[in-house]
Design a protein around this ligand. Sequence first.
Ligand code: SER
Length: 324
Amino acid sequence: MALINKHKMKKTKILLVGANGQLGSVLTKALQQKIGVAQVISSDLQDKKLHRGAFEILDATNFDQLRKVVAGHQITQIYHLAAILSAKGESDPLRTWDINMKALLNVLEVARVEKLDRVFYPSSIAVFGSSANKSFTPQQTFLNPETVYGISKAAGENWCQYYYERYGLDVRSLRYPGVVGYQSLPGGGTTDYAIDIFHKALHSETFYCFLKPDARLPMIFMEDAIEATLKLMSVPKAQIKTRTSYNLAGLSFTPHELATEIKKHIPDFKIVYEPDYRQKIAESWPQEIDDKEARRDWGWHPSYNLRSLTEIMLSELSQKLETV
Ligand code: SER
């Protein structure tokens, strides 16, 4: 009993794996704000000096390195954000599989042996493939991903559920749509166009879009993505009914709709469509996501629509340009 109490009273200490990434860099700051800089350790393959507080150079595919960092800092929770994304992953499928899976399995196994309280694992709309209904894709449906990234995320979700069922490890996960934010740059994803477009528009450059004008995809504003993550990770364990990964919706739009919204602010903005291999990836994904389980189980609801997302992206990025 004394042991259990002692364990329960341990102060939350979080390790972010992949803290230099698009989501990781923003989530690190949000968590530091929430629980204090000293309680959040960021880590990645290189120290780019993005963060306050302790930083560890860490390759999560190395089990011993990961365990040492976790034990050394008395970590109680891991947010595992490192992965090779959908578009980049296709250039070297076996390496993508190897890195994405090895890092996750190390995180789960270290969490088990070090008896961590909680793990966060990001999944993706990439777990769906052409057999799933594209319109309001439900939580429970066919998962036949067509990218190696999607295959690794679908397998990863099942490993998370396995560790929960078999060992009681409290792993929680979200199927993120494309995340759109001004704070950081994405890398190697199919949804990256929705951030790049703003940078080109503000630099008065023509935007060459690698998707077709009507390629509708689920997206989420960064603030909403962070809010969802913090919320999922803070609710009592009993509220988490999905142990693979929750569908998460923000908004959905096409490149044409986004360009039209940007033109309301920058009338001279020009977009040229030059679809490449990423169009096929986009076509295999949902157009909109049905996230009713997330709404029901832990009270999720997004706050941003296309108008507000566009306004904030343009004003925040133009302020950044002014200060450069
Ligand atoms: N944004 C990711 C990608 O495009 C999807 O999870 O790869």
